[in-house]
Design a protein around this ligand. Structure first.
Ligand SMILES: *Cc1c(COP(=O)(O)O)cnc(C)c1O
Length: 330
């Protein structure tokens, strides 16, 4: 498997650090905990979408695009990183925001990622919750073509086989780092939403033969639905890589930490964000990495892993989203 065959526009600061979380490990008394800092990918405060955008923007450039069209929630980290990438590539960005949170307050609707989008001069259109956003993107692309523009649509979360290549590359990078450090990684835990991150990691780990288990903590969908969605993208990504896909059982999601739904705070998320800040000086986010860390902490407390194992938390970024959730922390 050769990841180098795919066109890539460099946007991220790579490799991101793989570091121990010594204080959290000691406090919880379980396996040795590590953190892979994909919150440090660098583009406009970083996050996991930047790795996907390296492959997606290369495709947009090759297609001769002048405008990027992409959807997301009001506090979407994907939209913020895509708007920044479009700026960097000299393209216009058309953002379609879906109001997915019923009880959204002023901070959620104006601050955090939503505020940063304005700085990239992106054109922002707003839609009601439940809108078919993929269809809405196609309609906007059609409208732009009518104006003589060349739009390129990036799906929600940048999750298609091209975007997933970013996480195939991350899996290889992590294996390489572990080998350099004489470290055996048993499990890698991360937040899973639109599926590109997990699908890329599963395909990449499988291709590398390293045998690290990937565990996605769902931020919205129930287990069965999330695993099915991820596995479909694993297969499509393996087709692109021209490797045999791993069996369905390799794709594992845990949906016990979603709470009342996507973007809705939970007490465990608040505890995880405070604990990680206070023990490690690291900022997580309320929608994704906070819930994923809540899952990791709970599983450690329940004795899911033995003391001699090594568990890596993939920090997917998003801390600017904290400013959209001030009231949840009071
Ligand atoms: C988008 C996102 C995720 C989920 O990644 P997917 O590839 O959409 O599954 C996790 N964490 C953060 C901070 C994100 O912005």
């Amino acid at each position: 498997m050769q990841i180098g065959q795919f066109p890539r526009k460099r946007l991220a600061h790579l490799p991101t650090p793989l570091e121990p979380m010594a204080r959290l490990t000691e406090l919880l008394g379980g396996p040795t905990l590590w953190i892979k800092r994909d919150d440090c990918t660098g583009l406009a405060t970083g996050g996991n979408k930047t790795r996907k955008l390296e492959y997606l923007m290369a495709e947009a450039i090759a297609a001769g695009a002048d405008t990027i069209v992409t959807p997301g929630a009001y506090q979407s980290n994907h939209v913020r990183q895509t708007a920044a990438a479009a700026s960097l590539c000299g393209m216009t960005c058309e953002i379609l925001l879906e109001n997915r949170i019923k009880q959204a307050d002023e901070d959620y609707r104006r601050s955090g990622n939503r505020f940063l989008n304005n700085l990239f001069r992106a054109n922002i259109r707003e839609y009601d919750g439940g809108t078919d956003m993929a269809a809405a993107c196609q309609a906007v692309a059609e409208e732009l073509r009518g104006q003589g523009k060349s739009p390129f649509v990036i799906p929600g979360g940048g999750s298609n086989p091209t975007g997933a290549l970013g996480y195939v590359r991350c899996a290889l990078e992590t294996v390489d780092q572990a080998n350099q450090m004489d470290l055996h990684i048993d499990t890698l835990v991360h937040a899973t939403g639109s599926t590109g991150t997990q699908a890329g990691l599963v395909a990449g780990m499988h291709g590398s033969g390293a045998g690290t288990t990937i565990l996605g903590i769902s931020v919205s969908a129930p287990k069965e639905k999330q695993e099915t969605k991820v596995h479909a993208l694993v297969q499509a990504t393996c087709d692109k890589l021209q490797i045999k896909a791993p069996p369905r059982e390799v794709t594992m999601a845990n949906s016990d930490y979603v709470g009342d739904g996507y973007g809705v705070p939970t007490p465990a998320m608040i505890e995880a964000i405070e604990l990680t800040a206070q023990q490690e000086g690291i900022l997580l986010d309320p929608v994704y990495s906070g819930k994923a860390m809540a899952g990791l902490i709970d599983l450690v407390r329940r004795g899911h892993w033995s003391k001699d194992q090594n568990v890596v938390f993939l920090h997917t970024g998003g801390a600017v989203g904290l400013f959209g959730y001030l009231n949840a922390f009071q």
